[in-house]
Design a protein around this ligand. Sequence first.
Ligand SMILES: Nc1nc2c(ncn2[C@@H]2O[C@H](COP(=O)(O)OP(=O)(O)OP(=O)(O)O)[C@@H](O)[C@H]2O)c(=O)[nH]1
Ligand SMILES: [Mg+2]
Length: 335
Amino acid sequence: MLGTSGVGKTAFMLGMYARMRESINGFTFAASDLDEDLMLSQSWDNLVYKTGQERWPAPNDDTVQRYQFDFNYAFDKLMTFTWLDYRGNALRSFSDAQDTYEIFNALADSTSIFVCVDGGLWADDTPNQTRGEQRDSIRRMNYILTQMYQQTRRKVPIVLVVTKCDKFQNQPPKSDKYDTIFDEIRDELQKKYFSPLFVKNSGWLTMVTFVTLGSDIHEDPDNANIEPNEGVYQPVAFAIYSVFADMARAEEATIEESEADAADREARATKLRDEWFGLGSWFNQGKINDLVTTPDETIDATRLESIQTNLQEIATSLISNSHIYFSGERISADA
Ligand SMILES: Nc1nc2c(ncn2[C@@H]2O[C@H](COP(=O)(O)OP(=O)(O)OP(=O)(O)O)[C@@H](O)[C@H]2O)c(=O)[nH]1
Ligand SMILES: [Mg+2]
């Protein structure tokens, strides 16, 4: 997760966890650690039941928090993943700060990156200075993504998470080219703020999603009802989807390789049988036997099937109406 201080990283994570604990079409999350589950749910209860400033999580300190979550379907564990939460200021600190160093290392190893952009950037009542800082934080995150890619050469899936979308959701779009402000913002993210991720043939897989912990929070952050939208769980569902997609691709490649290998072995055996004026079957029997005996490592086709079933379930249940782009073209996960 990338995002400067106050963008709403911790609130987003709490919302994600609370929403997924309730279960969605058979899918749930559970913190792998009992105490972590308790801690996260206490922070969530503060948000829901307390009022005033004490309802919101305190800004993170310079200890990087790692939360391990199990992703379950019908209570069966499908995958375990780690979520990092940290003080956003670490992204603006020099690289010798311990947490900055830790965050950059974790980013380089991660299977997907959530880039949090403050939705206040599009709210009419945001002061110009704040807007300038928010733009600056976008530039910093682009810089970090550039460094990350140039060092690792890995194109991990990226989720652009626009937080606090309650702040602008009732505003009309500024241009009548767009039906809603959400369309307008998606376009701005693609053309203006994060255009490298949407370049044709670039190979970047990117999701754009909008998150709010409640549609009235902008009016009364201290008392408004907490009711997160579906944006809170879509990023993580997408991240898990991408891991399963990679697994399916690897499994398919193994199967194809082994099929090609089998066809090749059979062709070589046929050639040996035809040698020696038709006596090849007898003359070459040892070699032929070696070729037609199935290799030890058998291919587990049911494994691929079960990965594909998981993929399909996640696509239809959790991310079917989300905005996902590959090399700038919108694609559908459940096609
Ligand atoms: N309007 C609105 N405000 C929100 C929402 N989520 C969070 N906030 C506000 O944003 C503040 C910061 O949220 P945090 O989640 O603590 O931000 P953070 O990115 O974790 O900040 P650091 O820990 O300092 O890096 C909160 O105290 C709330 O006032 C939301 O959905 N809508
Ligand atoms: Mg925080």
